[in-house]
Design a protein around this ligand. Structure first.
Ligand code: NAP
Length: 291
């Protein structure tokens, strides 16, 4: 397939590399052009604008947030500036509202839009082990499947309305953040009573809490390895803001959301923008007089 790819950050660069490795013809665009250099050296074509990257069968985007995706779609030489845009697959974690706006804009322009946000950090992206959560029209999803196969280990179809994939992704990220919060609180309580964090985490993960989130983030909390960030705290804060917007629009009270949001704010204010979102563990420990 002829695939365009827009957004070569931590996630996008790794994902685009796997699209190329799977044998697809790849055309890339990134705001900072140098991030495309090694992909171009490996055979990708360099587009001069997002619109040019959108000339193939499918164009995928992996961008920081709503503002970035809006700039790439609605801006000058954006994906929607052409007459018949390709099928657009949005992999970014974005708001339900923007997914709905893009679905309408593509329909009005003769194109198609699918949301397919992913679970997995940059190491999973590099290993083509992402979990893809997809929603859109069935025939569009079938067209996207070779792309999903190239980047992930499994695709989950959750609905025919693109924003349904975004609500699943945002809800999942809320649950990860809440799990980090509760793990950090429990580890801090044990540590203040003289129990080693590693010993506590071993008990938890080898008994009742053996899933990926507890194992991976538990290890980060035990080792206090918050830098370099695999998922930076400001991006986590963006996601919690989007969860809040969806919850408010849907009239769903989510009291825990306020707690994790404030801990993310503290982590960024006290530690800087470059800390991982699991760095809330440091704030929770410090609030208890540790560290
Ligand atoms: P990142 O490394 O910060 O990359 C962000 C990308 O967005 C870069 O390509 C950046 O371009 C581009 N960008 C930002 N603002 C832009 C603008 N105004 N116009 C055009 N391009 C713009 O972030 P990431 O970690 O790859 O995350 C990307 C998306 O994946 C986010 O929605 C995130 O929530 C989601 N996600 C991340 C993870 C993770 O663990 N990291 C996991 C799952 C999902 P430049 O290179 O020019 O800055």
């Amino acid at each position: 397939m002829n695939i365009g790819f827009v957004g070569l950050g931590q996630m996008g660069h790794a994902i685009a590399g796997n699209v190329l490795a799977a044998g697809h013809a790849l055309t890339v665009w990134n705001r900072s052009p140098d991030k495309a250099d090694d992909l171009v050296a490996k055979g990708a074509a360099r587009a001069a604008s997002p619109a040019e990257a959108g000339n193939g069968d499918i164009v995928a985007t992996m961008l920081a947030d709503d503002a970035a995706l809006e700039a790439v779609c609605f801006g000058e030489n954006g994906l929607l500036s052409g007459e018949s845009p390709a099928l657009h697959v949005s992999l970014s974690t974005i708001s339900l509202q923007l997914a709905e706006r893009l679905e309408q804009a593509y329909r009005a322009n003769g194109g198609r839009f699918v949301s397919a946000p992913v679970f997995g950090r940059p190491d999973a992206a590099a290993a083509a082990k992402l979990f893809v959560v997809a929603a859109g029209q069935a025939d569009d999803l079938v067209r996207c499947q070779p792309l999903f196969d190239a980047i992930g280990q499994r695709t989950f179809v959750v609905g025919d309305k693109p924003s349904q994939a975004n609500v699943v992704k945002l809800s999942g990220n809320f649950l990860i953040m809440a799990s980090i919060e509760t793990m950090a609180e429990a580890l801090t309580l044990a540590a203040k009573n003289g129990v080693e964090r590693a010993a506590m985490m071993e008990v938890l993960t080898e008994t009742l809490f053996g899933g990926l989130v507890h194992r991976n983030y538990g290890k980060m909390l035990v080792e206090e390895s918050y830098r370099p960030a695999g998922f930076a705290a400001p991006l986590g804060l963006k996601d919690m803001r989007l969860v809040g917007a969806a919850a408010e629009a849907s009239r769903v009270p989510m009291p825990v959301l306020g707690v994790v949001r404030d801990h993310l704010l503290s982590a960024i204010a006290r530690e800087g923008e470059d800390i991982d979102w699991s760095g809330i563990g440091k704030i929770i420990a410090a609030d208890a007089g540790l560290g």
